[in-house]
Write a protein that binds this ligand. Structure first.
Ligand code: ATP
Length: 411
């Protein structure tokens, strides 16, 4: 991971955000190459979702979110993580992410910490006019359900796709861009008839695996994790996480959830007239009936299948797959140097400079009798180039012959 982070900075992929003022924890900036990579990944997702599927429409909704949306979605009451304080090191941790150095007896009892960011809206800051920064892009897809149906005449099954920023005040952001406080999500909400939900979820898992394969993340490196019932989010009937072996360990790259009719039903008016299967709070504020009518005229609240992927986690996976450490002959050149040095004929200098021609001229000037160049081919065929100072001739010889040639030249 450290080498990947260093490369990302050196080559302009990813920088620590606000770095000139000491940074801001849990946020990153994408540099000249990073923004291209990010756009490529997002465009690939958009094409595969929106352009290649006639039953999927796109959306770009607001980040600022009316608190009522996140009240009825359940986020105000449940979107929290258990947090503990360590009395010894004075730091705060997510209860399941306490470092081993902190002793159990130094930890406080876990208490719930809501992860949503609040901001003031409008010129009066008296606490009555706040909005949330959305913690997921999904909720504004649900609130636009009727708008999209009315403007596109879609019928179920159909989907709404969105890419955009999401914000979570993570207690312990870490592992580079894996867990951050500001990130982007690529989310599809796919609306199906109740009863067709289980099959649809299985289909989306396969489609998403294939998509990751096309992005250079092999299916063999992704493990499917069926989230156990006691760990499921309040809205979910079933969730399959695509787990990828990141540089720091096996963790969630994308989650594919069967959100049932929970979201549409939660945001709907006249809930009594609908055939709701999930357990929702009575909605006293909505002005939209989030349901469709079947052929008989009965109201149905569609079930929702949601593939939700993080752009940053995708970038980390793609970079990790592309990251290859190459030995450019340094190990071999060290071996060559050491073996000649042992012959006791004076100092042998190892240099790792870029321009070989300039290096030869510099050594001509200081009087070095011969130069030996180890290159890519050396690794394959155990040969090196010898360059003679006086004749300026270059010959290719086997490494096994080198000691003899060297001895003859220097003695
Ligand atoms: P985790 O369990 O790792 O906190 P989650 O289950 O809360 O993740 P979801 O709510 O399912 O995540 O969000 C969908 C996707 O959004 C995740 O699969 C992930 O790719 C991305 N994501 C969620 N939280 C973060 C974060 N803090 N930083 C970067 N990406 C994130």
């Amino acid at each position: 991971m450290d080498e990947l982070v260093a490369l990302c900075k050196r080559r302009g992929f990813i920088f620590q955000s606000n770095e000139v003022y000491g940074g801001l924890q849990g946020v990153y900036d994408f540099g000249p190459l990073g923004v291209e990579l990010k756009n490529n990944l997002k465009n690939a997702w958009w094409e595969s979702m929106v352009y290649e599927n006639d039953d999927i429409e796109g959306l770009d909704s607001s980040i600022l979110t009316n608190p009522l949306v996140l009240k009825y979605s359940g986020h105000e009451s449940t979107f929290s993580d258990p947090m503990v304080d360590c009395k010894s090191c004075q730091k705060r941790f997510r209860a399941d992410q306490v470092p081993p150095e902190c002793k159990k007896e130094d930890l406080t009892e876990p208490r719930q910490f809501n992860l949503m960011f609040k901001t003031n809206v409008g010129p009066i800051d008296d606490g009555s006019s706040f909005a949330y920064l959305r913690p997921e892009t999904a909720q504004q897809i649900f609130t636009n359900f009727k708008n999209v149906i009315d403007s596109t005449s879609k019928q179920i099954p159909f989907g709404i796709a969105q890419i955009g920023k999401a914000f979570r005040n993570e207690i312990t952001p870490r592992n580079f861009i894996f867990r951050v406080r500001e990130f982007e999500q690529m989310e599809l909400e796919y609306f199906v008839e109740p009863g067709n939900d289980e099959q649809s979820l299985d289909e989306w898992v396969q489609k998403r695996l294939n998509w990751w394969k096309d992005q250079g993340v092999p299916i063999e490196k992704i493990e499917l994790y069926n989230v156990p019932t006691d760990e499921l989010a309040h809205y979910s009937k079933k969730t399959v996480d695509l787990m990828y072996m990141f540089p720091h360990g096996l963790e969630e790259l994308e989650g594919i959830a069967n959100r049932t009719d929970f979201d549409l039903a939660s945001h709907s008016k006249k809930q009594d007239e609908l055939n709701i299967t999930s357990n929702v709070e009575k909605n006293k504020h909505s002005n939209s009936k989030m349901a469709v009518q079947d052929k008989k005229g009965d109201w149905i609240v569609p079930y929702v299948i949601e593939p939700s992927a993080g752009v940053e986690r995708g970038i980390l996976a793609v970079l990790n797959e592309a990251f290859v450490k190459e030995d450019l002959g340094v190990t071999l050149s060290k071996k060559v140097k050491n073996s000649l040095q042992k012959l006791g004929l004076g100092r042998v200098i190892l240099e790792n400079t870029g321009n070989i021609g300039k290096g030869y001229r510099r050594h001509d000037e200081i009087g070095t009798p011969m130069c030996i160049t180890v290159d890519f081919e050396s690794i394959e065929d155990s040969s090196v180039t010898i360059r003679d100072r006086d004749s300026m001739d270059q010959v290719r010889v086997k490494i096994s012959e080198l000691a003899e040639i060297y001895k003859n030249k220097i003695k």
